[in-house]
Design a protein around this ligand. Structure first.
Ligand code: NAD
Length: 703
């Protein structure tokens, strides 16, 4: 392997070249190389300037995130090197291209001048990992871009384009060409006009035009709107410290960074960052498996899911045909898609040309033969086994050899549907979440006979359409809905015991859940939830317990379908849920009917434990059965698909944080007080074993 950093002569200019593929991340090797290159540059006074240039597709795109977890992590070496770079007495230029992010932008800001190629993006995305830029980004960016823009960029983590960066003073020039040539031309021009060093640390931050209480208000907003994220508060404080002399601000940034690095919130967010990368790795799948080409897609059913799914492909430029049973259903489905795009255009997120381009990629038809030429066909018809089997059998005949056939079923047995096609190796589950054009999660269900290349193709396609894909084995509800079932079970028992939907939702929303279980099902549809439970009962999947999900079944009979009918667990004032005495009455009635004692002492802690611990326990069962490959996959499912807070890292990460012995003990406790006739509180052998051995769920690997 060649050295990741070298110093080469180009006339009078010394070029510090970084080559650390794929994204030139700052590693210990890069750092050591930079120090050696600076030694060489300082020793040779014949150079007129130094140019920092990166090989490959981008300038330094960030730091080595895994190093943040090391107990002896320190930013001092990198920060010291950047300080040394800035203190050079000959001009130092950065030639920017690609994605200049995090530690990369901090490196660029330590240089005296910056020239960028037109496509360059610059940003400080550390907040997405619950951190702040800890290599003087919070101190240098406000000095060039001003406090307001700097705070906005650091607090949101958003990147800006080269031209905007130039307007903001972050970049001196934007020029077309190859990065090295553009950089050399800029450096030579500087030398020719005798320009000297220009150090950002020496600039005094301007506060002109800022209200006197600017930081106070920003801090207040961070506390209110981002209450769960200490990074939001620390970022404001760090940017505020840029108004101090540089060395003082540096010390403040270092302290605030360290606070975040060791915070549970950032650890959870970093866990998810790595979890997402892990999720793409599928055990037993050969690395070099040849993928099938997917240049066109067909979708059967243009309902809630079909239309949303189609939008994903149109957004990625893939022609998609939608097949329906009636012209009216087709018109309705395509009409909703168009309305969605137009709403995005009205918000300025799409141009009218983009709307037209995307709509032109979507074609509707009543003729199943139109699917014959598609490389992938996804069925999204009603959740009914007989209908889906019929549709799958038809697809098995219509789809060309080599086409992939996918089902969007939420709960049905993918292996049964695969057999119905007559070509099970071509079949896979693609479980999108509603709204399918918005939700990031895709559960990819691997059937017993799914061909390796089918699985690999769908995983890659998921990335192309901007989804985070997690592989699940075949079981009722797959990973997410299977776990949601125990969560809903306890929500309903709590209700029948006397807790209100608002108390139940409030308890988990206080932890940061986007939405509690009652609001969630009211939105998804009580009818949808009830039908699933009823169907599962018919298939023999339910415990012999008449009180099981009694609330949802009764509300379904009463036509209380949730938000869409104006009443479910809540009553709706428009979209606003309001407490409904009728739900309380119903719960009391069902409690009497099922001999459930009502009580008035249900604490918030009990609600949290009874909702989350069975969920975690079910996750452990899912691991044991080989339905999920790893605990972190479950965390992705719940954070990307069910609004589980990222600052808690997902249910399995949270389980390790709470401690498995605590969870096992509480499950046993509830089994004693609630009774365990149906096994609801039986601790999964995996969880019990790990708890006994003092291990963590994250220590677990499939045998
Ligand atoms: P939906 O009722 O909104 O849409 C189903 C559509 O399929 C209807 O427009 C219907 O006309 C059409 N259809 C029925 N039979 C057909 C046939 N033979 N050929 C062509 N079209 C046919 O239902 P949905 O909510 O979009 O659900 C579809 C699937 O997606 C189900 O399997 C469901 O479990 C799953 N799913 C739904 C959600 C959700 O939240 N709605 C989430 C994930 C998965």
């Amino acid at each position: 392997m060649t050295d990741p950093v070298s110093l080469d002569r180009h006339g009078d200019i010394a070029v510090l070249r970084i080559a650390n593929p794929p994204v030139n991340a700052v590693s210990s090797g890069v750092l050591a190389g930079m120090v050696a290159a600076l030694d060489a540059f300082e020793a040779d006074r014949s150079y007129a300037a130094l140019l920092v240039h990166c090989e490959g597709r981008t300038f330094v795109a960030g730091g080595d995130i895994s190093s943040f977890d090391s107990p002896d992590f320190t930013a001092t070496v990198y920060n010291g090197t950047l300080m040394r770079l800035e203190s050079q007495d000959r001009p130092v230029v950065a030639a920017l291209h690609g994605t200049v992010l995090g530690g990369g932008l901090e490196l660029a800001l330590a240089c005296h001048y910056r020239v960028a190629l037109p496509g360059t993006l610059v940003g400080l995305p550390e907040v997405k990992l619950g951190l702040l830029p800890g290599s003087l980004g919070t101190q240098r960016l406000p000095r060039v871009a001003g406090i307001e823009l700097a705070l906005d960029m650091i607090a949101t983590g958003r990147s800006i384009k080269a031209t905007a960066a130039q307007r903001a003073g972050i970049v001196d020039e934007v020029k077309e060409g190859a990065p090295l040539e553009v950089g050399l031309a800029f450096a030579n021009a500087l030398v020719a006009r005798g320009a000297g060093p220009r150090r950002i640390s020496g600039i005094k931050v301007s506060q002109v035009g800022l209200p006197a209480d600017y930081f106070e208000r920003a801090l207040d907003e961070a506390r209110r709107k981002k209450a769960f994220y200490p990074s939001a508060r620390n970022i404001v404080l760090a940017v505020q410290a840029s108004t101090l002399p540089f060395a003082e601000g540096e010390a403040v940034e270092a302290r605030l960074f360290e606070e975040l690095r060791t915070s549970p919130e950032s650890k959870a967010q970093r866990h998810l960052f790595f979890a997402e990368r892990q999720a793409g790795k599928i055990p037993g799948l050969p690395k070099d498996v040849a993928l099938r080409a997917v240049a066109s897609v067909g979708i059967v059913g243009a309902g809630t899911m079909g239309g949303g799914i189609a939008m994903n492909f149109a957004n990625a430029g893939i022609p998609t045909v939608l097949v329906e049973t009636t012209q009216a259903a087709l018109d309705r489905g395509l009409g909703i898609v168009r309305a969605n795009y137009e709403a995005s255009a009205a918000k300025g997120r799409l141009t009218s040309e983009q709307v037209a381009q995307r709509m032109a990629l979507l074609r509707g038809t009543l003729d199943h033969e139109a699917l014959a030429s598609c490389d992938l066909v996804i069925e999204a018809v009603f959740e009914n086994m007989d209908l889906k089997k019929q549709v799958c059998a038809r697809l098995g005949g219509v789809c060309k050899p080599g086409a992939i056939i996918a089902t969007n079923t939420s709960t049905l047995d993918v292996d049964v549907l695969a057999e119905a096609t007559g070509r099970p190796a071509d079949v896979v589950g693609m479980h999108f979440f509603s709204p399918a054009n918005v939700m990031r999660l895709l559960e990819v269900v691997r059937g017993a006979k799914t061909a390796p290349e089918v699985l690999a193709t769908v995983m890659q396609l998921a990335r192309k359409i901007g989804k985070v894909a997690v592989v699940s084995g075949v079981c009722y509800g797959f990973i997410g809905n299977r776990m949601a079932e125990v969560y809903m079970r306890e929500a309903e028992f709590l209700m029948m015991e006397g807790a209100t939907p608002a108390e139940i939702d409030g308890a988990v929303e206080a932890l940061g859940m986007a939405m509690g279980p009652c609001r969630m099902l009211d939105m998804a549809g009580i009818d949808v939830g009830a039908k699933t439970v009823i169907e599962y009962g018919k298939a023999g999947g339910l415990p012999p317990d008449d009180s099981y999900r009694a609330m949802v079944r009764t509300m379904f009979e009463l036509g209380r379908f949730g938000q869409k009918t104006g009443a479910g667990y809540y009553r709706y004032d428009g979209r606003k849920p309001v407490g409904d005495p009728e739900t309380g009455r119903l719960a009391r009635e069902l409690a009497v009917a099922h001999d459930i004692a009502q009580r008035s002492d249900i604490s918030q802690q009990e609600i949290v434990e009874r909702l989350l611990y069975p969920l975690i326990n079910e996750g452990a069962k899912i691991l044991e059965e080989g339905i999920a490959y790893r605990p972190s996959d479950i965390d992705i499912v719940w954070t990307a698909g069910y609004g589980f807070p990222d600052h808690k890292g997902g249910p399995m990460f949270m389980a390790d944080y709470i401690g498995l012995p605590v969870i096992a003990e509480r499950l046993l406790h509830y089994g004693q007080v609630r009774g365990n006739a149906f096994g609801y509180w039986t601790v999964s052998p995996l969880l019990a074993d790990l708890a006994k051995r003092g291990k963590r769920i994250s220590d677990w690997h499939a045998a």
